[in-house]
Structures are given as C-alpha cells and as structure tokens.
Design a protein around this ligand. Structure first.
Ligand SMILES: [Zn+2]
Ligand SMILES: [Zn+2]
Length: 908
C-alpha cells in the first residue's frame, strides 16, 4: 500500500478495473436527478439506474461502472451541522460503483471486490472484515451463497466473515419494490483510530459505530421484489448494485485519518489558509471553518456547473445557503473580501479532468460565487445584529427557542439562511423553531403568489395506478415495458380502451357528461416533458357520435398513460375500438414555439456568449418561455439583435431534421444536452440548418420541418426569473400575427385621433410633445409672475404684531427658487419682519421658506428653528440659516394654519 497514490488515480483505477471485467463506463449523471421529481439531488450511484431495476427502462449494456456525483444536505443520512465538525460528513461526495443488470451475481461481485482491494490496491488482507445477511426474525433466507463466496477468497481470515441482520445487511429501495441482502467490506484501521474508547456501552467492533472499523464498500444483491410488508417474491432476474464512498477509500489508501487530509480536500484548505494568513497551528486549533469552506465550496462549484445557481427556493436555495454558510465561516477567520472563487479554482484544478463540466463553466462558477458573496456581505451585518438582539431577548425571557416567524424574517429581509441562524444560535446553546420557519415561508410564498417549487410530488395515487398497470400487464393488455407512446406519428390513430377510471375507481363504462380517465393500448399524444406541454384532443368512435374530450394526459405510474377529460356525448366501454386524435392546430402552434426555442437558445449564445445555459423552459401553444443563466438584463439592442437574427433564420426556411443515435456520438458531435434532462443510451437529436446545422440539441419534443413554418418570432418580455437567471417570453406563428395585427390596429386608431397618416404619427406626436412642453413652460412663468405680483400687493397690508411685520403667503406649483426670491424681496422691503412662503407642488408635496430680516435676527429670532418647528407640524423636515430656511412636508392645510406670531412667542 502506498501513501502517494492520488485521488484521481484511485478513481480511474476503479473504473478501468471494472472496464477490464467487461463493464461499460457510464458518466456520472447530473446532480439534478432527471425526471425524478421526488428527489432534490442525486444522492446515490443507483439513481440513474433506478428505472432499469424497476424494469421500466432497458440499457444496451448489462454491466456498468462509474463514479457518481452525489449531494446530501439533510435527512437521515446527513445533518448539515455535522459537516465541518467531523472528518467524514460531506454535502457533496462521490460514489464509485459497479452494476450487473441480470448479468453476473454474488460470486463475481465478491471475487472482484476482493481482487481490487487486495491485489490492485494492496490493502492488507488481515485488516479486512466482511459481513453477510442473516435475518434475526428468521423469515428471509440466510445469504449462504455470499458467505460461501467470501470463504473462497484467497488469503481471507475466515474468522472475519460475520453475519448481521436487517438493519445492516438488507437493502430496500422503498416500502415495496426490488430489494435483497447485502454484503459489506469493512477495514480495521487499528485501535488508535477508535474515537469512542471508554465510552459507556461502546464495543469496538464491526458496525460498532466508531472510526476504527470503516465500512468501505457495500455490495447489494437484488433478488426479491417486496409486494407487502411480509411478502417477498423472487425476481426472475437478479442484479448487483455496489457503492464505495470515494472520499473514504482515498483516505484509507492515502493513509490519513480524515477525508479532509486527502489530496481531494487538503489543497482547498491550504488555499483558505494562505488567504487567512493564519498559521498551521492556528488552523489545527479550529478546523471547523476550514472544513466547512472546503466542503461547501466544492459542493457549490459542482452545483453551479450543473446549472444550479444561488436562488430562493428548492435546489437554488441550497446552493445559496452553502455559499453563505461558507462565507460566514470565512468571516470567522478574518476573510472579509469574497474569497470562494479562489477556492473554486482549486476545486476545478483537482476535479476538472474527471468532470470536464467544471472546466467548461469555470468563469460562470467563479462569477456566481463572488456575486453571491457580495450580495451576502451587503446584508449580513444587519442580519447578524438583529439576531444578536433576538438572542438578548431570548436570554432575558429565559427562552431557548427562536420562533420561526423571526427566523424567516431574518432570511427574507436580511438574507440570513435558516442554517446560519441555527449555527449562530447553537453557539449560544439556543435553538430555532424550524417547522415554524417553513410555515412562515409557505405563508409568504402563497401571499407572494410564487407557488410551490415542485408541484405534486409523485402523487399520492401512484400506488393505485401501479396496481392498474401491473394488472394490465398480467392480463396481457399491455406489454411489460408499458403502453406504446409515439407522439410523432399521424394525427389520428385507432386503438382500444383497456381501462376506465371514474372517481378514483376502475369502471366498465363512462357516460355522457361524466368526467374520468381513459387508458388506451397506445397513444399518439405528447406528454409534458422537456418544457413542452401535453397535447389535448379527443377520443371518438367510428362515426364520431360518441365523443370524449381530452384536456390533459399524464403518466401517474410506470407503464401507463391516462387521458383525462369528459364525455361530451354518448358513452364508452372497456374493449371498444376507438379513434384517438390530438388537436392538430394546437400541436402545430406548439411545434412552432419549440423550434423557435431552439433558435432562441442558439442566438442567445451568439449574442451574449457561451455561458448562456438553459435554466428552464415552457413550450405552450400561445407562447414560449425560456430561462437562462446570464448575470444582467439584456439591453434593447441585444433584444433587437436576438429577434432580428431569429427572424432571418426563419426566412431562410432552413430544414429541421430529426436524428436517432447513441448519446455518446451525439455529444461527441457537439449536441447541446439540456440540463436536468435524463437521457437514455439512445437519444433523439434536432438539428436546424441542413448539412451544417447551427442549432443541434438533444430533444424529444415536436418540431416544425422547416423554420419557415414558424412564421414570425417576437419577444414580448425580458426580465429576471431568479438571481443570475433571465427570462424571455416570446410568441410565434398565429400568436405573433395576432399581436402584430393588434398593435397595427392601435396605431391606426392613434393616427385617426391625430388626423394624420400612419407614417406621420411619430412626427405628429413629437410636435405635440414640443408644444406641450412649451405651454407648460409658459404656464409656469405666468404663475411665477403672478406669485410676485401677489406679493407686491400683499406687502402693502402686512400685519404688524408688536412692531414686527408678518406675512404668510401660499401658492400652488411655485418652485423653491421663486419662494426664495420672495424671501429676498421681503428682507429688502421690511426693517423688522418675519415671513412664510409656501407652495403645494405636484403629488401632494408641500414646500416652504421662512425668512427673518437682519434686525429681527439681531433680536434673537432664528428662521431655521421656526422652519424646523413648522415642518414637524406638517409631517416633514427642514432647517437653515437664522435669516433664511427652507423645509418640506405633506400637510398643506396644516401649513396654512401656521401662525408666525405664535412661533415667535414660543421660540423667539
Ligand atoms: Zn471503537
Ligand atoms: Zn427541445
């Protein structure tokens, strides 16, 4: 065993070892699980193979190997608080795995695992322990086959083959479904690694839960299908699913006692060390900030590369939260400026070869990190101060838990994620009401109309439909791989009704006026996917006298598709032959918008740059919506260029061609793979532009055959969808025509009002505006003249109170400079005097000046003090010199009530 084998070498050793055993290397899927809405992040190697085990997907290979990017941020496997506080917990990690889909089984899997660990990597055999399954309840057969296979491994210590029960050695995907026994390989790192020595009840042994015995590798043998809590049926084909935590095997092979000391994470902590200027000793004394930063920055780097940028909900929130948490821990060791981009550079260096998406998105990653740090810095100070005051409150009241409402406000108003609030509170041995936080968030979301991020999760009815699907397969009404769906064929097909569902129950027929769901043996409908909405249409009998209008179609469980709608006339029975047709005009509108979406993505990259990546899309009949990563709003020129260039492409009437090929080939040819989309081995490609296509994407949607069919493309809006994400909405075809028609009509109407030809409308409006400005100006001057002449009249009859001349005048729409001019006149005209000139301006704003003559000032009267006092009365503020002050406010009536004599008495 060698100390200087690199992490990258260990990863490639694993993959080439299994390639040598006939396995196909399958690249890691995205951290965003494609098609699986129930999962926030890919959290295990098997996620991308789940459908293969469930029997709803087939692959061209039966042996696979890979290293999978995984994320766990909460839940039973990982609590965020542990990350950074120990040597082993991570948010992001890699899983190495090998799979057999109905191919080899226990004997081979066990033999190869032993061979790789002991012969290739040279791990001391005497240190390895293995476990097999033996049911403590005696219901499931003991896994003697695995036990036997282990006994045959060269050099194994037979005393170190152990049996364990359900908790440790039986694996289940869910309540029901594929499951089976597993076999684990543990390594004994020696007594000194035990971190629970002397702890009450600790027995230092395999599965004893201390750092001495590490589980290295879990081999799962899938051989049963669980149909109920007590029933297991043998599967016709058996599978192998193995997982080895990458960071852990690297720590073992590099002979270090912490994942953070491996060459995967130590270099990141070194970057932080050099930035903080601390000494190695200081770092050793408090490793937590270093570990948190290394872990979180690595995770954020991978997330952003997979298109998950910082934001407010779901995955984007997680990305924001870990960046902010890392930033706060940075502040604890004196890092005041944004620093994560520098750490990310090191992540990209270490991982860029194995995960080229990091190198490709390097700039985008660093920009996003820095932007988020800056954003956080600008609010965090205030947030932390408020939190400090809450902590004081809690301590004063002798309470231990901060309520969810205030915790949410800290996030919503001051950008302090719940997790950071929790970190800080914990430092004071206080807690936070997390449930209350999410309630407050929910209320806020509903109030702001933002809706739920993930719609309906899986659907509560998945079980009901799975049951229907299974029966239909059993009865031979649909093939085991499910109903055939081909949305690319003709508008109308003939098929048969195989199931009808009404009020959540299977029924034999459905009658006039009733709503329900119909399952057909095949369908030509498109089901919402890749942003394109589902088709609508109808089911009818031969002569169209029976009619079922379809408003939606969905796939509630693997294998079946239900057409949802209402019987318009007649009735339908199970077994009837029917015609199924989608709304062809609507489909045509959708096709236009889908092809236009591809042109838009292409053109945005040309106009804005290669960093533009799709972050969401909607292809509906009436519009298209495209979200993409870009740091700032588009200016009018950019929008115009995008629109112009796309319309040029439309006029060129370029062919749109569909291809079917291997994923690998398509990617090699440079096809754009859409983020978050799950691709099988065989993919469908859409290219626009003929033999030298300019747009080339993997896509399962429906498209026009020539760009000319799109008609016209018009951008209707551009705005922000989330931090770092822009949204463009556009229309094409019939909608674009309707919009153009509507705008032209409105222009014609304006021309009529102006009594001018359309081509003169602009000039005509221009000259109207000039006239208006001129009139406004004249009006203003007249008012000013009038104000002065009013003053000249009113000064003849000023009030005299105890020898002081007092004048108050009020106007409308008189600017400040004129009020000041009146004040100057007044000071010239009177010996001992005090005056107030006020004006009500537009939008109910009030302004005024107070002036006192020099003689009065000499007697101790201060215009500023008086102005201030009056302003207070009218809901405003102001002040100034002793002889001249100006102020503003809102209550004009109150201002008119002001009595200068009173103020002299009060303040003079
Ligand atoms: Zn121990
Ligand atoms: Zn597409």
């Amino acid at each position: 065993m060698t100390n200087n084998i690199s992490g990258n070498k260990i990863r490639s050793d694993f993959i080439s070892f299994f390639e040598g055993k006939g396995h196909t290397f399958v690249p890691s899927s995205s951290l965003v699980p494609g098609g699986d809405q129930t999962l926030l992040f890919t959290n295990a190697g098997m996620v991308q193979f789940k459908d293969v085990f469930l029997g709803t997907d087939k692959r061209p290979y039966s042996r696979a190997t890979n290293s999978q990017k995984c994320m766990r941020v909460s839940g039973k496997h990982n609590d965020l608080e542990d990350v950074g506080r120990d040597n082993t917990h991570h948010t992001f990690f890699e899983m190495l795995g090998n799979w057999s889909f109905g191919d080899y089984y226990k004997r081979e899997a066990i033999g190869w695992a032993w061979e790789l660990l002991t012969r290739v990597w040279g791990i001391d055999k005497s240190k390895l322990w293995v476990t097999c399954f033996k049911d403590e309840k005696g219901e499931i057969p003991t896994d003697e086959e695995a036990f036997q296979s282990w006994q045959e491994q060269p050099g194994i210590n037979k005393e170190q083959i152990l049996y364990f029960g359900r908790k440790d050695n039986f694996w289940e995907m869910a309540e029901t479904g594929p499951c089976g026994p597993c076999s684990e390989i543990h390594i004994d790192r020696g007594e000194k690694f035990c971190d629970k020595k002397g702890k009450k009840g600790h027995i230092c042994q395999v599965n004893g839960d201390c750092a001495r015995f590490l589980e290295l590798w879990n081999l799962v043998f899938i051989q049963y299908n669980r149909t109920s809590p007590t029933e297991l049926a043998p599967l016709p084909a058996t599978h192998v699913d193995t997982g080895m935590g990458f960071e852990r095997i690297v720590s073992v092979l590099q002979n270090v006692d912490s994942n953070y000391k491996t060459d995967l994470l130590l270099p990141l902590m070194d970057v932080v060390l050099s930035l903080s200027g601390q000494t190695e000793e200081e770092r050793e004394a408090d490793l937590t900030p270093y570990r948190v930063i290394a872990d979180h920055c690595r995770a954020a780097t991978f997330l952003i590369a997979d298109g998950v940028v910082p934001g407010n909900v779901g995955r984007n929130y997680i990305c924001r939260m870990i960046i902010r948490r890392a930033s706060r821990f940075g502040a604890k060791i004196g890092l005041a400026d944004p620093f994560l981009a520098k750490v990310a550079e090191s992540v990209i260096n270490i991982y860029g070869t194995a995960y080229p998406e990091l190198t490709k998105n390097a700039k985008n990653i660093k920009d996003n990190l820095t932007r988020e740090e800056v954003k956080f810095h600008s609010t965090v100070e205030g947030g932390l101060q408020i939190l400090e005051s809450y902590i004081k409150d809690l301590n004063n009241l002798d309470e231990k838990v901060l309520d969810g409402e205030r915790a949410f406000d800290l996030y919503a108003t001051h950008g302090l994620p719940l997790e950071i609030t929790k970190d800080v509170l914990e430092e004071y041995e206080l807690g936070v009401d997390q449930e209350g936080f999410f309630q407050a968030m929910e209320t806020h979301r509903i109030n702001s109309g933002a809706g739920k991020e993930f719609g309906e999760l899986g659907g509560e009815d998945a079980e009901f439909y799975s049951h229907i699907a299974k029966n239909l397969i059993k009865e031979g009404k649909i093939p085991p791989e499910g109903i055939e769906q081909n949305p690319y064929i003709e508008e109308e097909i003939t098929t048969e009704i195989i199931s009808i569902i009404k009020n959540g129950q299977e029924v034999k027929e459905i009658c006039d006026g009733e709503m329900g769901e119909i399952i057909l043996e095949r369908t030509n409908f498109y089901i919402e996917s890749g942003g394109q909405v589902s088709d609508t249409g109808q089911i009818s009998n031969k002569n169209y006298e029976n009619l079922f209008l379809i408003s939606d179609i969905r796939k509630p469980a693997a294998g079946i598709m239900v057409h949802i709608g209402e019987v318009e006339q007649g009735q339908f029975q199970i077994g009837s032959k029917v015609k199924l047709s989608f709304d062809a005009n609507r489909r045509q509108d959708i096709r236009r918008n889908h092809t236009a979406t591809h042109l838009l993505q292409y053109q945005l990259r040309l106009t804005l740059g290669e960093h533009v990546r799709q972050a969401g899309s909607l292809v509906a009949p009436d519009r298209l919506r495209f979200d993409f990563t870009h740091p700032e709003g588009l200016n009018a020129d950019q929008i115009k260029e995008v629109e112009d260039k796309i319309n040029e492409k439309i006029l060129q009437n370029a062919p749109v061609s569909i291809g079917h090929k291997k994923l690998e080939q398509a990617l090699e040819e440079g096809a754009t793979a859409l983020f978050g989309e799950k691709y099988g081995e065989n993919v469908r490609t859409i290219s626009i532009g003929g033999s030298k296509p300019y747009s080339y994407e993997l896509c399962g949607g429906t498209h026009v055959s020539e760009t000319g069919e799109i008609g016209t493309f018009l951008v209707v809006s551009e705005g922000s969808a989330a931090a770092g994400i822009r949204r463009i909405e556009a229309v094409t075809g019939r909608k674009a025509y309707a919009l153009t028609r509507q705008r032209l009509s409105s222009l014609e109407h304006i021309a009529n009002l102006l009594e001018t030809p359309i081509n003169k409308v602009e000039d005509s409006v221009q000259s109207l505006l000039i006239q208006k400005n001129h009139l406004d100006d004249q009006l203003k001057k007249m008012k000013e003249k009038e104000a002065i002449s009013i003053y000249q009249t009113e000064k003849q009859s000023v009030e005299n109170v105890n020898g002081v001349s007092m004048l108050s005048l009020f106007f409308e729409d008189i600017p400040m400079n004129i009020l000041r001019q009146l004040a100057d006149f007044f000071r010239n005209d009177f010996q001992e005097g005090l005056a107030l000139f006020g004006s009500l301006a537009q939008e109910e704003k009030v302004q005024f000046v107070v002036t006192a003559t020099d003689a009065l000032v000499a007697k101790g009267i201060h215009a500023g003090t008086i102005a201030k006092a009056i302003a207070k009365e009218i809901g405003g503020s102001g002040g100034g010199r002793p002889d001249m002050a100006q102020a503003g406010g809102t209550d004009y009536e109150q201002l008119k009530q002001s009595d200068l004599a009173e103020y002299i008495k009060k303040l003079g």
